[in-house]
Structures are given as structure tokens and as C-alpha cells.
Design a binder for this molecule. Sequence first.
Ligand code: LLP
Length: 404
Amino acid sequence: MPEQLSPAYLKKLANTYGTPLYVYHAEKIKEQYERLQKAFAQINTRFFYACKALTNLNILRYIRSLGAGVDCSSIFEVKLALHAGFSAANILYTSNGINFIEIEEAQQLGVIINIDSLSNLEKFGRKYGHTYPVGVRLRPNILAGGHIKISTGHDKSKFGIPVDQIDKVIALVEKYNMRINDLHIHTGSDIKDADVFVKGIEILFDVIPHFADLESIDLGGGFKVSYQENDTVTDVELLAKKLAEAFAAHPNPAGRLLQVWFEPGKFLVSESGYFITCVNVIKETSSAVFVSVDSGFNHLIRPMFYDAYHRIENISNPEGEWQKYSVVGNICETDTFAWDRNIREVHEGDYLAFYNAGAYGFEMSSNFNSRLRPAEVLVKDGQTHLIREREKLEDLLKNQPRVL
Ligand code: LLP
């Protein structure tokens, strides 16, 4: 089992590549992928990496080399995945509220498509009828996930076709003689409880018999990983056991063996990632001791956006005295990474490492305040590789023709 990258090693990387810096550990991704494969070995399963978590091309290539497929949420992710060497047959495009033109493009590229509205399903049926099999994303009306902003399957969510409208789906399928080969649900992210997935599959069992061409059911992503000590995580082994039991209680609902698909994002890459920053300023006030780092929510938005917890370690002083700090960014707006957090004594110039930074870290970064995006480094087989250069001023200037 790969150890976490050590504070001393991370510090060396910060010295070599500068900060702020994203670092990913390939062997940790592999370990997570193998854990899934092992847990679900008794079930006919297929895993599509939800690449919205982290699309660096080298990460995509690495995950492809492990044997996973890829789940995409835009046509550009589809194109990146093709560029990274995934074959169209291993690319799943789970669309959401998109223009039909994008679905036509995905069809031309030959990828697997999931449609999430009656409107696009009708357009698809009218244009392709029986000729191109397609999946349907349903909204199961289940409230799940670690934060309301990352709950997607509940009865007020925009995602998917509400399962209570299944008659309309069936009517369209009949009208256009469509081949529905997959039913998809995704209820949210950071789902601790395996029973949520079981509830989802129970809902699907009721509708499966209506779709004669079905080959798979897709239960989406959302497995929760550990962010802090003693954190509850999704017990994937227990989930596999419960799914096997659910199938045993509903033998052959489609009249043939269905494959079960998952779309893990965080599970594969969250723990592989570290975000390293450097302390610019320490400010003592009557309310808090602020530690300002050379980054902000422009580089790691999860704490401000979802109240997410990221473990923060002073990798420059790992044996120092514990102190309480509020770790803040340098963005000109409230920009807090952690309030009143116990961290080993901090000095200006120290490096602070944020853990669980592989998923939705760099990927959700921006140029807010006209700051440059960090570099990314991959650690694999004990070697380090720069896999994205730090941005430069020229990157901010390009695409802006001078007209005045
Ligand atoms: N499949 C679909 C259709 C999704 O919408 C998502 C995530 C996934 C799979 C992967 O979910 P995961 O295994 O990564 O939980 N930015 C938020 C998470 C948003 C997730 C959006 N959809 C965060 O940083 O917590």
C-alpha cells in the first residue's frame, strides 16, 4: 500500500517547483482503482472515471492505463479523453442541460451517451431512432450527498428525468423505436451510506422491465473518501455485498445479465492530491491569528464553496508546537481555508500542505484577481514529472485582441 507522500518529500517538491503547487501520487490512484475492482469482483461491473474531478492529460492517460473507462460531462471533456487515448467505446458522456448540437457531436464521435431531458431524448429519437443506442439519466428523487450543493438526485434537483415521468420516457421510446441500453442515476457526492445506492437500484428495478434493449445500469459516482481522521467513508465492500443481495432478490429483471456501472471521481483521485502553499504573512489580531498563504479560493474553492474540510499540515515544521490559526488566502474577498485550526507553529515562509486536493482542486481553479494558476506535478514510480506548467502573465493576455 503506498504511503502518503511525506512532509519532507512534499517540501522538496515545493522547493524544486515553487508554490502554489498541486502534486498527485499515481500509486494512490492505482490503489483506489484496484480496491474498487477487488470489492466488486463478484459483480459484473465497469468503472468510468468521472474526469470532471481532474482532467490533466497525464492523469487521464494513467487512469486509462489502469483499464478504466471515462465519464465526461462536456463535449470538451470527451475530446480531452479521446486526446488522452481513450477509445470512443470507453467514453461515457453524461450530458446535463446541453444544446442538442453537442449530443450530435458526441454521436458522431461514437461515444456512449446518456440523455437527461425529455426534450433532448425526443430530438435524439427523431434523428437517430433505432440506429444509435442511448442511455437515459433518471432523477430518483433521493436526497443524498455531503452538502446540498453536491446533492443531485433529490426531488428539486435539475438533474435527470424525474422517475415519476417514466411513462413519458417509455412513450418516446415507443414512438421513435429507440434502443435504450442504459439507465443512469447519480444522487450526489460524498455519499457515506451504501444504502443510498441500494435505494437507487431498487427504484431502477421497477422501471428496468420497460426497456427491452437494456444492457447496463449506471449508479453514478459519489463514494465518500476520508478527509480527516476517523471520517466515515463509503464502505465499497459492503456496498458490493448489498448490491449482490439486491440482484439476488430481483433475479434477471431485464431478462438478461445487466452490467453495473459506476462513475467514481473523488474516490480515485481525491487522496492522491496535495496542494502546497507558502505562508506570506502572519497577522495577529484579537480575534484570530491569520496565516495568509500565496493562494486562495481561486486555486482551491472547496472550503469556501462547500464548507469542505481539508487537512492542513505545516510541512516546514512538522514537529513544532500545536497552535491555533485561521488559514486564509490572498484573494480580495473573504477567503478562508480553515478557521481556528490546530497546526504546528507557523512562520512566514513555511510551506503548508492541503490534503485531499486531487479532486475538484486544480480543476475548479480560476484566474480571479488576475492570479496565475498553479503548476501540477505527478509522482510516479518515485520519479517526479511536471505535468502542467505554472501559468504566466502571457496566459492572461492571450485571447484578448487589442481593439482600443
Ligand atoms: N457522475 C456524475 C454524473 C456526476 O455529476 C459526478 C459529480 C460524478 C459522477 C462523480 O462524483 P464523485 O465520485 O466525484 O463524488 N465539486 C464538488 C463535487 C461535485 C460533483 C459533481 N458531479 C466537490 O468538490 O465536492
